[in-house]
Design a protein around this ligand. Structure first.
Ligand code: FES
Length: 118
């Protein structure tokens, strides 16, 4: 399956069964994961733009953790809890909280002035 991050346009091919946090790491997208994929932080919050039908459904744990996140939308998911179940194209947008978490963990990769723009 193909995973693409928009608007960046980063793309990666991963085997069915891969979770979206792992895909993100392989693609070096700017997606946070403060708890290391344990469904405890919501910093891997992404919006599924395309390919929802290719993904595993959210369980109660994911819904509960997502409830603590920011700017939750109908297509919000926790990347570490989502597995790709079918071939096809998945498009993701990284939420602001996830990108901020990523920059906190990787300050060298933050664009100049990103803190001021918050
Ligand atoms: Fe913390 Fe996904 S990495 S909930």
């Amino acid at each position: 399956a193909k995973v693409r991050w928009v608007p960046e346009g980063i793309e990666i091919d991963v085997p069915v069964g891969t979770d979206l946090r792992t895909a993100s790491k392989e693609a070096h997208s700017q997606q946070g994961d403060a708890c290391g994929g344990k469904c405890a932080c919501s910093t891997c919050h992404v919006y599924v733009v395309k390919g929802k039908e290719l993904l595993s459904e959210a369980d109660e744990d994911e819904e509960d953790t997502l409830d603590k996140g920011f700017d939750i939308r109908i297509n919000s998911r926790l990347a570490c809890q989502v597995r790709i179940e079918r071939e096809g194209l998945v498009e993701l947008e990284i939420s602001r909280e996830s990108r901020e978490a990523f920059f906190n963990e990787h300050p060298d990769e933050a664009p100049p002035g990103w803190r001021e723009k918050r």
